[in-house]
Design a protein around this ligand. Sequence first.
Ligand SMILES: [Zn+2]
Length: 233
Amino acid sequence: MDVLVRRDIDSNTDYAPLCVRGSRARFLHVFPSLSTSTHKLYPLRVRVVNVVTGDLEWEPIAYIPLVRKQKEPLAEMRGRERRSAILQRVLYLALRTTVTASHIGVLHEQDGNTYVAFPRLMLYMSDQPEEKAVLCLKGGSCQHPCSSCVVNVKEAGAPAALSAGERDAVLTVERQLEGAAHKRYQRESVRRTKLEAMESAHNRVPVVAGMAGMTTAPFLLYKSIGFDALHVR
Ligand SMILES: [Zn+2]
């Protein structure tokens, strides 16, 4: 990730535009051995934009395994939990260096000068289920179905939705942190249910919230994720 970010740095700007794109549309089949079973993976790609030359480049940075439900009690729910946990782990492995660099900076040399660059995540393009998964928000039928505001499901699409409050990145992630801690130690089940219901968010912490600028000023956590129009080709 360092290399990708550094290549992107323009000495005239103080941030490197970084776009991430997950795509389940393009699968990779991996044959782990000579057995007939295969693993399906989908790629997580980063679009590197050179702000000086305008050159664009997509680089695969991670492959996320597809996890199917197994034959077990509560299979649907457990499968969902596993997929959600694996997605956040892969995002962590892929983005941890960038997350650190977004806070402490990364050195970039150009024309004999050394600059300290602070990468920022400007856009995470995905389809809607992935958007919910990346942000650890509930999908499907829930009280607050919108990723960027807290409109109630009963008012979504009605004129009243226009005045719905925006999602508060700090508050929501704080509640997710609390909920994730309770879940880890299997405690406070009533409180956990309540926390999840407040903003229809899972008791899991989204990795991208760790990037500087997401839950720190200018609080872009729910603004830097966007719909991937390429999925509608
Ligand atoms: Zn909304």
